[in-house]
Design a protein around this ligand. Sequence first.
Ligand SMILES: [Zn+2]
Length: 189
Amino acid sequence: MRQIMLEELEALAEQARPGLQKVAENIGRTVKLYLHWSAGHYEQYFDDYHINVGQNGELFVSTDDFNEYKLHTYHRNSGAVSIVAACAYNACSVDDLGPEPPTDQQIEALAQVIAVLAKTLDIPIDGKSVMTHAEAADNLDGDTRWHEPYGPNTTTERWDFWVVKAGDEPGSGGNILRGKGLWYYYNGL
Ligand SMILES: [Zn+2]
């Protein structure tokens, strides 16, 4: 796990773009960003994601090649970049995200990562291309070809960022993260 700044993130995304686009195209998809929480501790980082966001907004990469295949989002791993916030240990409901909920710094850093990757990889910041794991799990992009739904509207096996803060309206997490991402996209970092 190596700590990087946003400038380097942009460079890594630039290098990976042709490969990601080709892989996605070959299976009839577009390049996607998937947003996760780890359901682990603040200081725990995981190799299953390309980018880990720490408690204070620090960024870590598990690889320098975002084309590297990672197991992050069931049947949606190809042609995708995964970002995880290290948090949400023992999160049990939208009203209780546990003792280590997403921090403000983490949420802002996640939004900045969305902005940089969307710009560099030429991805629109919308609900089809930049998805939380909760949304992807329930196929909320309308693409039902890959797996049965297993998100908060069905089995709730995965519900990463269904909310950003405890007590938020269920399902609001994706729009909040994308909204913040759009702000950085248009206003700069
Ligand atoms: Zn996840």
